[in-house]
Design a protein around this ligand. Sequence first.
Ligand code: UN1
Length: 494
Amino acid sequence: MSQTFQNYIGGKWVPARSGKTFENLNPATGDKLGTFPESGADDLDDAVKAARGAMRMWQLTPAPKRGEMLYKLGQLIAEKKEMLAQAATREMGKILIETRGDVQEGVDMAYLAAGEGRRMYGVTTPSEMPNKWAMSVRVPIGVVGVITAWNFPFAVPTWKIFPALLAGNTVVFKPSEETPEMGYHLAKLFEEVGLPAGVFNVVHGNGKNVGWPMVQHPGVDVVSFTGSNAIGAQIATEGARLGKRVSLEMGGKNGVIVMDDADVSLAANAVAWGAFGTTGQRCTATSRVIVHERVHDELVKLVVQRAQALKLGDGLKDGVEMGPLVNDKQMQRVSGYMKVAAEEGVTIATGGARATGAGLDNGHFFQPTVLTGVQAKMRVAQEEIFGPVVGFVKVKSLEEAIAVNNETPFGLSSSIFTSNVNAAFTAMRDLTTGIVYVNHGTTGAETHLPFGGTRGTGNGHREAGHTMLDAFTEWKSLYVDFSGKVQRAQIDNN
Ligand code: UN1
């Protein structure tokens, strides 16, 4: 039942001008799911023109009205949650309870952004002069280009697209070519709620032919990107050269600290969920456990048990607990890190190889993997693997644990398990990541708090939460002088 899909440009469904297409495959079964336009710079240009054409009308639509549209969209997403979750599982592999969560984040984000339509607060402040009035307001920037990854094919685009639209920008969206169907569904939902033509556009295709022309297009004012550091760095460099606003969300190497006073069984469950959920393909995935030597062996034993008990398979099937990696490239990458682990003298306590057997042979399945004897500076403890692999680093104290956690090129999420309130507050103060959890794993950020990280994880921006509009608005300061005189500020007002 493979279907043919199209781009959504200026309110119309159109193929790529070149007529080229690509296939969308199910990573669990290898089945063909659909054919999508393999677009190029010409299609992108059409979409940017449509977005620029709709800009003025959309900016002049009152923000509460823009918000109402997002509210209706949220309701529609909620109604279609199961259909959307199944589509997401089919095209990227994670299990249904996780794709339901992914879609639910879209609902939450729609309601959050909708409410913001009736706030969008500016700041008023007194003027330093008599009979003069001053305030500052947020204004939209123009056309926002959105480029996202496949691991959260619904939630992450909504963190960017909903605030951008609410603020009065128009959007051109390039979904990941691994998850194009979710991009199609989002456009279809916007069409159904009656979003005016050109306000939201989708162009399918790869990074080279669509993403890069989007970064370079003079009609795109802001680029919001979630993906790898290598690509993010290129976008930042090019964006700086062209004077664009660039918001980047990139990798993680998230650590869970487990102290000797922790509930070890709780920590083991959290580590297993954080490391193997979404098959480890989250930027917030737990990839390091920084554990006090007194509870190390007990924790390793419990996490290994949980890893070995996980049922792998097609995420649409009942009882399956972990789906496949998204494609063969990821399989090569994760397998490659097993060689690195061996070279570094790390012990593979469980897993370490492709998973095979009934129902697994046509998919990209990898065994849940636990590495022990990892040292803080090893490549397996420093580089993002993006698979179901977690490494244990043994430490002797809280200070050492915090130092180990902080010494990576990334700074997205971290966590501490402890029953000592002083240790918890010390960690909250000293862990240098954008998100810190206490007695909770590294995944599961909520949409109404800022999302993002330090160091190589980003470039200072935070998505969602009360920071959701920052990447997508400029500040405008307004002064009104009603004194009837020329009043001169600062230097000569005595
Ligand atoms: C991502 O992996 O890009 O906090 C985002 C979490 C999710 C978001 C992950 N809500 O794990």
